[in-house]
Design a protein around this ligand. Structure first.
Ligand code: ADE
Length: 255
């Protein structure tokens, strides 16, 4: 049984590749796939690519070409929910596409042909990922030797692992006013979004189509506001890759 570990960022993937036993690199659909064993589990590592279409192609390749039995996704996201702060982790309960709008033919956010706007993640895998994420955030500052800026000082609130709705769309959200608009529109329809990113909903939809269990954890790199583009690159290189590595290895041990 092969588990796919999908990373949004090269920095996340490279730390996992370093742990891979019996590794083999294969090219398919213009993408590199790393096969091997991680903590005694058969895995395929892949980069999602950026945006929903690239991520859907990668997920389809993982299923069709490599026959994976489940997909786990790690990456970063902008925090939009109250109390979802930089350095927290959001484990997705389900996904919505914030830029899906086929109205008036279909209700706003509904995915045409699916009679739903939200795609659920696998309950069992998500519970394991949430455990791994909780352990990771509670020991982040000390255990990983992270000393980044204001993130892990005694003044910052303790970092948390959240579980809830994540929104994906083909744009990097970096304006407080846009977040507010998006949030209130979605909340008006009963969708309380914790975080925003650019790929997860597409992978969730592909996994739904194939009946493949899927779970995702996103480390919060920014608040999707006017400083998001400044916070993002620094966070990716200093923190996100370490989080992903620790969460994935802890998750595989629990599997
Ligand atoms: N990934 C990380 N931060 C993001 C943001 N602000 N918008 C979209 N995707 C993101």
């Amino acid at each position: 049984m092969t588990t796919a570990i999908l990373s949004a960022l090269p920095e996340e993937q490279s730390s996992l590749v370093a742990h891979l036993a019996h590794s083999q690199r294969l090219m398919h659909a213009g993408r590199a796939f790393w096969l091997g064993d991680l903590h005694g589990r058969r895995v395929v590592l892949a980069l999602s690519g950026i945006g929903k279409v690239a991520a859907a192609t990668t997920a389809t390749a993982l299923i069709e070409r490599f026959g994976v039995a489940r997909i786990i996704f790690t990456g970063v996201a902008g925090g939009v929910g109250d109390g979802v702060n930089v350095g927290d982790v959001v484990v997705a309960q389900d996904y919505i596409q914030h830029d899906m709008d086929a109205s008036p033919l279909f209700p706003r956010w509904e995915v045409p042909g699916y009679a739903r706007s939200r795609m659920a993640c696998d309950v069992g895998l998500s519970a394991l990922l949430l455990e791994a994420a909780g352990a990771c955030v509670s020991s982040a500052g000390s255990q990983f030797g992270l000393k980044p800026q204001a993130l892990f000082t005694s003044q910052t609130p303790p970092h948390r692992a959240h579980h809830g709705l994540v929104a994906s769309g083909d744009r990097f959200v970096c304006a407080a006013e846009e977040v507010q608009r998006m949030r209130s529109a979605l909340e008006g329809a009963g969708h309380h979004v914790l975080a925003v990113e650019m790929e997860g909903a597409a992978v969730a939809q592909v996994c739904h189509d194939y009946g493949i269990p899927f779970a995702a954890a996103r480390t919060i790199s920014d608040r999707a506001d006017d400083t998001a583009h400044v916070d993002f690159p620094l966070f990716v290189t200093t923190v996100a890759s370490r989080y992903a590595e620790h969460m994935v290895l802890a998750f595989l041990q629990k599997l």
